[in-house]
Ligand binder design. Structure first.
Ligand code: HSE
Length: 404
């Protein structure tokens, strides 16, 4: 029997206990031993829940119990998660976590302690919920040089943008709907401002390039400036707006960015809608690969956590080597990236067409029925820097990067 302790009995923690109970027999066969939840750590009480028998409030009980071989951290946030996880590794216990903030900030250090101690620190559930993406990057795609990772990595914002597109509603209404369905937090900032996707692409980039990509260095724009009118323009040309988290390697430089983009149905992520996540990876020998599925939620995330527990159980005295050095990868300046852009201009008396031609050459003007005082157009490829300079000279309502 392999004893584990689960830190945090919230949505994911209770999901982990549930998955181990629903699929206990097949998990035992795959792990080669029975996985037993010996302790659950939480500040709260859960009257009437059988978990009360295993509930502890003092982490030292877990830390000092040599029978606990694996600690599952599903509390979220940096502290006390970091102290608990580091303490577990130093005490000779392997760790599985779903905590993207912790992994993005301290992944390199925790992996290095795990390696030194011949233990494991696994974090499949920290990106893409139930979708396998960490293990593919570490194991299945190791023959490749990764040239691009582009993901729809946040289910909440994907749901909001899908709702806005399907129902023609504005951002605030779609956000309220997401909150009512439990897809968005009461304080939705981390999702809608792109911070959650930023941490996830920082983790994937660190793994793809084997060095520390600091999330603070990644240019990040959320979806709060996307309006129902932007989406109407997109629909009028057969496009959708998605929040992309990308990192691209070009000539030994890595660019990373989180921002809304317009895509058409020739893009592999076009059909990733609602709360689903999708991750597109381009390798120099494999070509294009796609990963799709439930990027959040109790059981999908718990599925990835428990699969990591099984992997640790199969490697109890062997470190699964992950290359992620603490050496910082200096990201290239995003101002040098080239995109096409969709631009909306306010032009009451139709006086700006000459100026637009002067700045952008001949572009087709797009208009929406009932909107007389503005129009849109799509530029040819320009660097972010060139675009900023040009847009200073026009009454811009919004601009969105285009990938078609
Ligand atoms: N809020 C996150 C999302 C949860 O919507 O994707 C999973 O990390």
């Amino acid at each position: 029997m392999i004893n584990i302790a689960v830190l945090g009995y919230g949505t994911i923690g209770s999901g982990v206990v549930e998955v181990l109970s629903i699929n206990g027999d097949s998990i035992e066969k795959r792990a080669g031993d029975k996985i037993n939840v010996k302790y659950v750590l939480d500040k709260k009480e859960f009257p009437g829940d059988p978990i009360m028998e295993k509930l502890v409030h003092d982490y030292d009980i877990i830390l000092n119990d040599p029978e606990v071989k694996i600690v599952v951290e599903v509390m979220g946030g940096i502290e006390p998660a970091f102290t608990f996880v580091k303490g577990a590794l130093l005490a000779g216990k392997s760790v599985v976590t779903s905590n993207k903030e912790l992994v993005a900030k301290h992944g390199a250090e925790l992996l290095s302690i795990a390696k030194e101690k011949n233990l494991n620190f696994l974090f499949e559930a920290s990106v893409g919920g139930g979708i396998p993406i960490i293990r593919p990057l570490n194991q299945s795609l190791t023959a490749d040089e990764i040239e691009e990772i582009t993901g729809i990595l946040n289910g909440t914002t994907n749901y909001i943008l899908s709702k806005m597109s399907e129902e023609g509603i504005d951002f605030e209404t779609a956000l309220k709907d997401a909150q009512n369905k439990g897809y968005a937090e009461r304080n939705p900032e981390a999702d809608v401002e792109g911070y959650d996707a930023c941490r996830k692409i920082a983790i994937l980039s660190s793994l793809a390039y084997g060095m520390q990509v600091d999330f603070e260095d990644i240019y990040t724009e959320g979806i709060t400036k996307i309006t129902d009118i932007d989406i109407k323009y997109a629909k009028s040309i057969g496009a959708r707006i998605k929040l992309f988290a990308s990192s691209v390697k070009q000539e030994e430089k890595v660019y990373a960015m989180v921002a809304p983009v317009m895509i058409k149905n020739n893009h592999p992520l076009y059909s990733v809608n609602d709360v689903f996540n999708g991750i597109f990876v381009k390798g120099n020998v494999i070509g294009d690969v796609m990963f799709y599925g439930s990027g959040a939620g109790k059981l999908p995330t718990a599925s990835a956590v428990v699969a990591d527990v099984v992997d640790v159980a199969k490697h109890l005295n062997k470190n699964i080597w992950t290359i992620w050095s603490s050496k910082k990868l200096n990201l290239a300046d995003v101002n040098n990236i080239k995109h096409r852009f969709f631009v909306r201009i306010s032009d009451k008396d139709n006086q700006l067409s000459t100026k637009i031609r002067e700045l952008f050459g001949s572009v087709e003007l797009l208009s929406l029925e009932g909107l007389q005082e503005e129009y849109g157009f799509i530029t040819s490829e320009l660097t972010e820097r060139e675009m900023k300079e040009k847009l200073k000279q026009l009454p811009v309502i919004n601009s969105i990067r285009v990938r078609f």
